[in-house]
Design a protein around this ligand. Sequence first.
Ligand code: GLV
Length: 334
Amino acid sequence: MGGAGGRALADVFVTRRLPPETLAPLAGSARLRVYEDEARAVPRDRFLREAAEVEGLLVLLTDQVDVELLAAAPRLRAVSTMSVGWDHIDVAACTERGIGVFHTPGVLTETTADLCFALMLACARRLGEGERAVRAGRWPPWSPFAFAGLDVHRRTIGIVGLGRIGQAVARRARGFGMEILYAGPRRHAEAERETGARHVPLEALLAAADFVVLLAPLTPQTAGMIGAPQLARMKTDAVLVNVARGGLIDEHALEAALKAGRPWGAALDVFQHEPAPADHPLLALPNVVAVPHIGSASVATRRAMARLAAENLAAALRGDRPDACVNPQVFRLP
Ligand code: GLV
């Protein structure tokens, strides 16, 4: 059967049910198979079976695209993920096989920065504890220091990874009158001009920041970058915020550090293993605020991400080069 302009339709597997209109960019150029469950990830055996037959995959961060899967997928040409992070994809192995990898930066920047601020405020002002107390009938008589926490405004934020989301967080921090530090491999001159952010070594950031915000990608270089020595540098009244990936933090070290009172609290959107079980030791600590990996979870943004993932895949299968390509080297391969 011919596609648009007589081109053959490419076989594509979509690993989760998504709003049909978000998949419209693939109409006319792809024959879609969709895993018809919205709430749960596709089982691995089904994923392997489907991957074996398709040229394109539209995946989520719950789907591991690893060497085993690639070996089972001889026709695969493009992997498009509905996420900005791509640590669930073995990009080097894709590149070796000439498979393009695409992601969804940009459309989730502001929404994720909003969540980052929500977490900072929730932890600093003890919203989780307060809410639990009210619901459980444990609302004490008003007293001067009941549920008293930390201020956010005019304090110092240290952003580890000043990419798109980090810069959006910095703009919000400016509105809160905060001093802004950042650490990372590169200087961002324009963001420095716009927000007044200062580039400092990670050690200096950890020692000076009242809010240490992790926004670095998870790579072999960043895995476990916040462990016992880094936590020991933080202030006793500082808050650690992670809206990136759980693997950046050594969770055992964080548990010990929080119990010892340094840092003051932690606000976590992500865990090393997700979903985190209810008996995860960090969840037993009152100074931890935890939410279930919802950084980009506004309806509008999740729709925009799904649509961009579909557009990227459609373009790649047409032979175009979408901007949001993780491994542009594949386009230079013979
Ligand atoms: C969410 O964590 C994403 O990578 O988009």
